[in-house]
Design a protein around this ligand. Structure first.
Ligand SMILES: Cc1ncc(COP(=O)(O)O)c(C=O)c1O
Length: 254
C-alpha cells in the first residue's frame, strides 16, 4: 500500500466471490485499519454476487459499484454508487459528490461534481427489478459454458461451494488466446480481453519503475485470458454458437 494512499481498493473480479476472497479481504482490511486507511471494495463487476449469503459490497467499510452500460446493472451512460454502513463516511461522500457542500453554496471539504444524472437514475430504477433475473440468466449461460468447456484444454473460473456468482464476464485462459479470438471472430463471435496490459506496465505508472517480469502472474493473465460473450440477452442459439466455435477451434488444433 502506498504511503500516500488513504484508501486501498480490493477488487471482486468477474462477478465471482468465494471464501478465499473473504479471507484475503479481511487480511487487507486489517492492514488498512492498522495504517489508518479505508478499504474500498470494488464491486463494479459483482453486483448481486454472494458467498454463503454475504453479498458483494457488504464485507467492508465501503463498496463501489459501477452502472456503466455493460455492467450487470447498466445505465444508458455513466453512473455509479457507493455503499457504506458508516454514517460519518456516508455524510463525507455525500459532500464530496457535490462540491464538498455541507449546505448550499458552503464547501466544508474540497469536493467535486459527481452527482448521478437524473435520466440515468430513472433508467437504473426501471432496470433494478430485473437484476436478479438477469444474474440468474448469466449463471445459466456460465453453467452451459462450464459444462461444455470442461472437456477442452482451457482453464475456466472454478466455482466454489457457497458461492452464488453474478457472472459479469466469462474469462477463459489458453496459451492460444489470440488464435482462439481470431477463430471466433471469423465465425461472427465477438470476444474481448480483460485486460491486455497489467497495471505495472501502464505508462501512467512508469514512475513506480516496475519492469516486465516484476508481476509474472498478472503478465501471464494479460497474455492468456479471453472473455467469451456473457450478457443476459444472449439467446440459447447464440450460446451454442459460442460453444461450437470454441469446440471447433480445439478440434482443429489437435
Ligand atoms: C473492476 C472495475 N472497477 C472499476 C471500474 C470502473 O467503473 P466506472 O467505469 O463506472 O468508473 C470498472 C469498469 O469497467 C471495473 O470493471
Amino acid at each position: 500500500m502506498r504511503e500516500t494512499a488513504r484508501a486501498a481498493p480490493a477488487r471482486v473480479p468477474f462477478g465471482s466471490l468465494d471464501d478465499d476472497y473473504r479471507k484475503r479481504r479481511s487480511a487487507i482490511d486489517e492492514l488498512a485499519r492498522e495504517t489508518g486507511r479505508i478499504l474500498v471494495e470494488d464491486c463494479a463487476q459483482s453486483l448481486g454476487a454472494s458467498v454463503n449469503g454475504g453479498k458483494a459490497g457488504s464485507f467492508g467499510t465501503v463498496a463501489a459499484f459501477s452502472f456503466y452500460p455493460t455492467k450487470n446493472l447498466g445505465a444508458y451512460g455513466d453512473a455509479g454508487a457507493l455503499a457504506t454502513g458508516d454514517p460519518e463516511l456516508a455524510r463525507l461522500v455525500e459532500r464530496l459528490r457535490q462540491y464538498g457542500w455541507s449546505r448550499r453554496d458552503y464547501s466544508e471539504v474540497e469536493g467535486r461534481n459527481s452527482r448521478m444524472d437524473e435520466l440515468q437514475a430513472a433508467v437504473l430504477r426501471a432496470k433494478l427489478p430485473l437484476l436478479e433475473a438477469d444474474n440468474a440468466r448469466r449463471r445459466e449461460i456460465a453453467k452451459r459454458y462450464d459444462d461444455a468447456l470442461a472437456r477442452l484444454p482451457l482453464a475456466v473460473l472454478r466455482r466454489r461451494p457457497g458461492s452464488l456468482p453474478a457472472p459479469h464476464l466469462y474469462p477463459v485462459r489458453t496459451l492460444a488466446r489470440d488464435e482462439l479470438a481470431r477463430h471466433l471472430s471469423s465465425r461472427g463471435v465477438e470476444t474481448a480481453i480483460h485486460y491486455p496490459v497489467p497495471l505495472h506496465l501502464q505508462p501512467a505508472y512508469a514512475f513506480l519503475e516496475h519492469r516486465r517480469g516484476d508481476f509474472p502472474v498478472s503478465e501471464e493473465s494479460c497474455e492468456t485470458v479471453l472473455s467469451l460473450p456473457m450478457y443476459p440477452t444472449l439467446s440459447d442459439a447464440q450460446v451454442e454458437a459460442v460453444v461450437s466455435g470454441v469446440e471447433a477451434f480445439f478440434e482443429e488444433e489437435t
